[in-house]
Write a protein that binds this ligand. Structure first.
Ligand SMILES: Nc1nc2c(c(=O)[nH]1)N[C@H]1C(S)=C(S)[C@@H](COP(=O)(O)OP(=O)(O)OC[C@H]3O[C@@H](n4cnc5c(=O)[nH]c(N)nc54)[C@H](O)[C@@H]3O)O[C@H]1N2
Ligand SMILES: Nc1nc2c(c(=O)[nH]1)N[C@H]1C(S)=C(S)[C@@H](COP(=O)(O)OP(=O)(O)OC[C@H]3O[C@@H](n4cnc5c(=O)[nH]c(N)nc54)[C@H](O)[C@@H]3O)O[C@H]1N2
Ligand code: SF4
Ligand SMILES: [Mo]
Length: 690
């Protein structure tokens, strides 16, 4: 029996892995403060992915683009990859080779991937799927507080609150055990749909505010307005701990609840009621504002997050015990994955790659001259969109993501991936992206290796190895090391033992914002709650900002943000708004969960959630196949009627591939600061599938 944490989301529920009668591992819940002994359906079935029939155990390679992937041995595959990478770099320079990483990778892998890109490849062209996930919240938190740790407090703090506002998050489906912490008497859910979470709020006497997708910024300004008019602003806190209130207020001054109602569709009375519930709880220092992807995945996601933070600052919530603002990070290591250098503009310890002091420190740990480190590269979508173009990369190495399904405007992304000279994917199943690759490297899964993860609260945890990888399979760290050596790196520079990498990551992150220098195997094993920063000589930091915020003046900043419409408008040809998101039983691109029989049976195909009147107008009934078309592409989905849906909005989960992929529709318009695509608003039309 091994105690570890779930392979999927950022809640990182604790679980026990036990061999069943057939010798295969089964997952059972284990006590831990975030999940309190609960697991969702995906967690319960997670160990089944270890033995799926189409598990990859031998490298695959194709001769050329027109031939099939065939099994080969490791030396042939790795020699071929290294040879091609060296040849391409010699022809077109180091930036012709690119790397794509993931918030699902352990801290050790994220760190090694960034180091591998900068040293072994010498490329600036590395980014990762976290850009699609919480980058807007990270940018918003950084601007306001000077530091980005999604939740700067333990999740269990939220359990005692009188009021919690959840903007664009549906934890009842995306992190079910979290609902145990959301028992506040006033739960306020902002979601265009009557989501499972919104239903919980209504059942318990809370509120559901249902804005038109893409109008959250207006709603947050309207709430700030109602908070001020209601007399709920914490004047003392605003004066002593913040700057910029008046400039931010100028943008909110026009957002009377009635005006806000016209733009968002949320009744003015609900806006006032929400402001009063939040205000009364804030006065008792007992309220939280939490954001999720629904409010963040927009071309104005960063400003929208700033508007929610402005609201929390006006109420005096952040930087105090019992109240606060937090973003609900999504992927298993969504937090740690954004700290250790797999991001285009970043070095370990949440340092900036364009900061000379950061370069000098990290180069010192790596034993290289700082001048040899490349500068910042392209963000995720920009990188994917440049592949195979005249000045873009001609090769990509991909670890832990399936962008052929999960990237916005995925038809366009698939054609860019197909234009590469060399696509190499490390995975344990033949994902849709692996299937397009020239070389596929079979790697170990979470239960077959150890490594650390940083959960949604900024707590560093250890996943423990519970089984041997199948024969023939290597770990990601081994693959990176094997390749680095073939690219001319000294072997000792790319360790394959996770604890050795962790110790080096500790040195590289020391003195940075996300300081892990005190994270050791002994402290991890002791069960100590290691909220970062974790220094060797100090206690961890469960709650940040209690004394001061991380800007030089110690104050939090209001940002002067104004509302603007989504990147594309509806019109006569595309009259509806499509928004996208998740359902309980599938994870992300579905590469893992679509292979678990129980989960696949429960949700075998894409659906589109539609109001009955909207469906009828399109000539559709429940259970029909619908064609949903946007300005970029189309998808097929079964009609699911919902009488609580907005008439102007349809919803599609993005877990399905091919002609059922929601991302055939989505708009890659990017946020100017975070480079987050607008996954949550596309103009579409709905028709019967011919
Ligand atoms: N079952 C399951 N759980 C998961 C995942 C998974 O794939 N499956 N993925 C994990 C990851 S990586 C992440 S990032 C998290 C995401 O967790 P969430 O943020 O909870 O997930 P989403 O379903 O993307 O979006 C939440 C809600 O936003 C709503 N929404 C859509 N458009 C808008 C809008 O314009 N404004 C507002 N306010 N809301 C809007 C949707 O209707 C949806 O109910 O989940 C994690 N957990
Ligand atoms: N329309 C729409 N699109 C979205 C979103 C949305 O809300 N709407 N949400 C976005 C968000 S928040 C996210 S996080 C992305 C996620 O989307 P993806 O980045 O595609 O994430 P996954 O589906 O988890 O892909 C992980 C792949 O890596 C493999 N894998 C898992 N662990 C490891 C590992 O340790 N090593 C290696 N080598 N491989 C591994 C899995 O088998 C799988 O094939 O999708 C984004 N796309
Ligand atoms: S809520 Fe997240 S961490 Fe917990 S069992 Fe489900 S997928 Fe795993
Ligand atoms: Mo995510």
């Amino acid at each position: 029996m091994t105690t570890t944490h779930c392979p999927y989301c950022a809640l990182q529920c604790a679980m026990r892995l036990e061999p069943g009668p057939d010798g295969r591992l089964a997952a059972r819940p284990a006590p831990f403060p975030t999940n309190r002994g609960g697991l969702c359906r995906k967690g319960w079935t997670s160990a089944e992915v270890l033995t799926v029939p189409d598990r990859l155990t031998r490298p695959l390679m194709r001769k050329d683009r027109d031939s099939d992937l065939v099994e080969t041995d490791w030396d042939t595959a790795l020699d071929h990859v290294a040879e091609r990478l060296l040849a391409l770099a010699a022809e077109s320079g180091p930036d012709t080779v690119s790397v794509f990483g993931s918030g699902g990778l352990t801290n050790e892998k994220s760190y090694t991937l960034g180091k591998f890109a900068r040293l072994a490849l010498g490329t600036s062209q590395i980014d990762y799927n976290g850009r699609f996930c919480m980058s807007s919240a990270a940018a918003g938190g950084m601007r306001a507080f000077g530091l980005d740790r999604g939740m700067p407090f333990p999740l269990s703090d939220v359990g005692g609150a009188e009021a919690v506002l959840l903007a664009g998050a549906n934890p009842a489906e995306t992190m079910p055990p979290m609902m145990g912490h959301l028992s506040a008497p006033a739960l306020l859910v902002v979601d265009p749909r009557r989501s499972a979470t919104a239903q919980v709020a209504l059942d318990n006497g809370g509120l559901h505010l249902a804005p038109r997708p893409g109008t959250d910024l207006a709603l947050a300004l309207g709430l700030l307005h109602a908070v001020r008019v209601g007399g709920w602003v914490d004047e003392e806190f605003v004066a002593s701990r913040t700057t910029g209130f008046e400039a931010a207020w100028e943008h909110a001054a026009a957002w009377w609840p009635e005006h806000t109602e016209q733009v968002t569709g949320v009744p003015a009375a609900h806006i006032r009621a929400a402001a009063d519930l939040l205000g009364a709880a804030a006065r008792n220092r007992s309220a939280y504002v939490l954001t999720g992807r629904g409010t963040e995945q927009h071309a104005k996601g960063t400003d929208t997050v700033s508007a929610w933070i402005n609201l929390s600052l006006a109420l005096g919530l952040p930087g105090r015990t019992g109240s606060g603002y937090g973003c609900i990070t999504g992927q298993g290591n969504g937090q740690g994955g954004r700290e250790h250098g797999q991001k285009a503009d970043q070095l370990p310890g949440y340092r900036r790659i364009d900061d000379p002091a950061a370069r000098a420190h990290v180069a010192g740990v790596w034993g290289v001259d700082p001048d040899t480190l490349p500068g910042p590269g392209r963000s995720a979508f920009e990188l994917l969109d440049a592949l195979g173009t005249a000045d873009g990369p001609r090769a990509m190495l991909l670890f832990g993501s399936n962008p052929a399904v999960s990237a916005p405007d995925s038809g366009r992304v698939r054609s860019r991936l197909a234009a590469l000279d060399l696509l190499v994917t490390a995975d344990f199943v033949l994902s849709e992206t692996a299937a397009m690759s020239d070389v596929v490297l079979p790697v170990a899964q979470w239960a077959e290796e150890s490594g650390t993860m940083t959960n949604l609260e900024g707590r560093v945890l250890r996943r423990n190895r519970a089984a041997e990888p199948p024969p023939g399979v290597r770990t990601d760290l081994q693959v990176l090391s094997d390749l680095a050596v073939r690219l001319g790196q000294p072997p000792e520079r790319f360790a394959t033992d996770p604890d050795t990498v962790l110790a080096e990551l500790g040195r590289a992150s020391a003195g940075g914002a996300a300081d892990y220098s005190g994270v050791t195997p002994a402290r991890l094993d002791s069960g100590e709650a290691l909220y970062w920063p974790v220094r060797a000589d100090a206690a961890p930091t469960p709650r940040l900002f209690l004394d001061s915020f991380a800007h030089p003046d110690g104050r939090a900043r209001f940002l002067a943000v104004s509302h603007r419409p989504p990147a594309e408008a509806t019109d006569a040809d595309y009259p509806l708004v499509a928004t996208t998101g998740r359902l309980m039983g599938h994870y992300q691109s579905g590469a893992q969960t679509r292979r678990v029989p129980e989960l696949g049976r429960a949700e075998p195909e894409a659906y589109v959630e539609v109001h009955p009147d909207t469906a009828a107008r399109a000539g559709l009934a429940a259970g029909d196949w619908a064609r949903v078309t946007s300005r970029r592409g189309r998808t097929r989905a079964r009609v699911r009627l919902s009488s609580t849906a907005r008439l102007d909005t349809v919803f599609l989960p993005f877990h399905f591939a091919g002609d059922q992929a929601a991302n055939n529709l989505t708009n890659p318009a990017l946020d100017p600061t975070s480079r987050m695509p607008e996954f949550k608003v596309s103009a579409v039309r709905l028709e019967p599938e011919p």
